[in-house]
Ligand binder design. Structure first.
Ligand code: GDP
Ligand code: IMO
Ligand code: MG
Length: 428
């Protein structure tokens, strides 16, 4: 029996797509438990680059079962666009390869509109969301008015629930935000057609995940976003609307915590963030610019330039704690190649003390000044290493220090975007 989690240990975009693809080779099932098409996971195989949003990265293999769990918020429009995109890339998506939870909540057109309108109204205090309707959809889920995939499977029930919902949503859109509402008939037609097309994929995925683990199959849970975008442990309110931390996998796929064996936290060798919110090690100088260009740090979903800064181990320590990480996979060590002196934040100076945790209050976090350790850099040869002992000595010193400070081993080092540019250090 083996069930393991692959999740982001920072603010997202750590290379979860690449690491899921790498680790999926040894798995039978790949399941998503939270988030939606706000995710943008890149996988490079051979000379092809795939960008996935809603569909688990295991879809690129012909023999893996991929699951969109109940905790995911599903935009059917985005789902079918992604299926078409994959088909055009030569990847088959069939009900034998992809299963969708009947309990997953549906992102509706009014969720996307509300996402945009509320961000606009917040003005300079906006969150910088991806605009995909994620927050409003999870709001409805928590408020208990959401529409679910199982509703789509019963057209009469769907119609009734949509009518009740749309009345309220249209009132909010027109009267609060002063924008146009939506036409009931149009949404009904569009979504019932999606429902028809989706039918063959829809199942109770909790039963499938449970049975597969019981049968001794290996299940990989592919996280979206990252620890610091978690609704509870992230830099609230500059977060996404789901639990991105390890524990989120249980309610998001319908299994208990005792069924999970390990959790790999994916972390870049530096830090990036897209969207607004605090970022203690952010670099506003040429070094930040250099890292952005060397690492091609532009968002997969929105194309926005990612903010870049030095590695923050305080963040990694929190990730190890709140997600129960059993190891780290460190990615993009090649991006730092050629930098003379590489810095690592090992704590924060706060109110005259050095702390190694992230304060809850953003006002306190804003007062935190990173405490840095400096390391001699390494060269481009790092990208050619295919075993740990072939890594430059200085890169190894840097990695060792991460292990020491986080008290967590590094099981994988990634030295490039491609599947084979990966070094296994130890079993996950
Ligand atoms: P995700 O959201 O965590 O899956 O990450 P993204 O796909 O949004 O962003 C990570 C980017 O880094 C993608 O373009 C990957 O192809 C790329 N990448 C992943 N690992 C490495 C690595 O070790 N080195 C380099 N240079 N690029 C990497
Ligand atoms: P992956 O899975 C990076 C950020 C947005 C914004 C905040 C809230 O590719 O790592 P939302 O649309 O979720 O309400 O936006 O969260 N965000 C991400 N940042 N990677 C992601 O996904 C993200 N998904 C959401 O930029 O700051
Ligand atoms: Mg991404």
């Amino acid at each position: 029996m083996s069930a393991f989690i692959v999740l982001g240990a920072q603010w997202g975009d750590e290379g979860k797509g690449k690491m899921t693809d790498y680790l999926a080779e040894g798995a039978d099932v790949v399941a998503r438990s939270q988030g939606g098409n706000n995710a943008g996971h890149t996988v490079e195989v051979g000379d092809k680059q795939y960008k996935l949003h809603l569909i688990p990265s295991g879809i690129l293999y012909s023999d893996k079962l991929n699951i969109i769990g109940n905790g995911v918020v599903l935009d059917p429009k985005s789902l079918f666009e992604e299926i078409e995109y994959l088909n055009n890339m030569g990847v088959e998506v069939t009900p034998e390869k992809l299963v969708i939870s009947d309990r997953a909540h549906l992102i509706m057109p009014y969720h996307r509109a509300l996402d945009g309108a509320s961000e606009k109204l917040r003005g300079k205090n906006d969150i910088g969301t991806t605009g995909k309707g994620i927050g409003p959809c999870y709001t409805d889920k928590a408020e208990r008015s959401g529409l679910r995939v199982c509703d789509l499977m019963h057209p009469e029930i769907f119609k009734e629930k949509l009518k009740a919902n749309l009345e309220i949503k249209n009132a909010i859109l027109t009267k609060v935000y002063g924008i146009e509402g939506f036409d009931y008939k149009e949404i009904c037609e569009e979504y019932l057609e999606y429902g028809e097309r989706m039918k063959a994929y829809v199942k109770d995925t909790s039963v499938i995940v449970y049975d597969e683990i019981k049968k001794g199959k290996s299940v990989l849970f592919e996280g979206a976003q990252g620890n610091l975008l978690d609704i509870d442990y992230g830099t609230y309110p500059y977060v996404t609307s789901s639990n991105t931390i390890g524990g989120g996998v249980c309610p998001g796929t319908g299994i208990g915590p005792t069924m999970i064996d390990s959790a790999v936290g994916i972390a870049k060798a530096y830090t990036t963030r897209v969207g607004k919110g605090p970022f203690p090690t952010e670099l506003f100088d040429e070094m930040g610019e250099h890292i952005r260009e060397a690492g091609h740090e532009y968002g997969v979903v929105t194309g926005r330039a990612r903010r870049c800064g030095w590695l923050d181990v305080v963040i990694l320590k929190q990730a190890a704690r709140v997600s129960g990480l059993t190891s780290f996979a460190i990615t993009k060590i090649d991006t730092l190649a050629g930098i003379d002196k590489v810095k690592m934040c090992v704590g924060y100076e706060f109110n005259g003390e050095t702390i190694d945790y992230i304060p809850a209050s953003l006002e306190d976090l804003a007062l935190c000044k990173p405490v840095y350790e400096e390391f001699d850099g390494w060269g481009e040869e790092v990208a050619d290493a295919r075993s740990y002992d072939k890594l430059p000595e200085n890169a190894k010193k840097y990695l060792k220090r991460i292990e020491e400070l986080t008290e967590t081993k590094i099981s994988i080092v990634s030295v490039g975007a491609k599947r084979d540019q990966t070094i296994k250090v130890s079993d996950i």
